[in-house]
Write a new protein. Structure first.
Length: 96
């Protein structure tokens, strides 16, 4: 899906919805794991929590039927396209 990076308008709405949903779930995962990490004194435990958060983020992307590469390509495309960014934010809000 690298075409998204060169033509953000070509991102179908169903893909936008999936990326937005995954992004919303990942935001929640990050908040949860950050809260847990802040309560820990051990760097080892913090590292383990970070690994768990990364695994959970990958699962959130996979559950939407996306690859990490596709997810990242759409997010990259949105950096230069306000309309795509707005569509993603709308979809992410629905996930929260």
């Amino acid at each position: 899906m690298a075409a998204f990076e060169t033509n953000p308008a070509s991102v179908p709405q169903d893909v936008v919805t999936k990326v937005g949903m995954a992004a919303g779930h990942i935001a929640r995962i990050q908040q949860d794991y950050l809260r847990q990490a802040e309560a820990e004194n051990s760097d080892d435990v913090r590292g383990t929590l970070a690994d768990h958060a990364q695994d959970a983020a990958k699962r959130a992307i996979d559950e939407q039927g996306l690859t990490v590469q596709d997810y990242n390509a759409v997010l990259s495309a949105a950096e230069g396209d306000e309309d795509l960014e707005r569509r993603l934010v709308d979809a992410a809000r629905e996930a929260l």
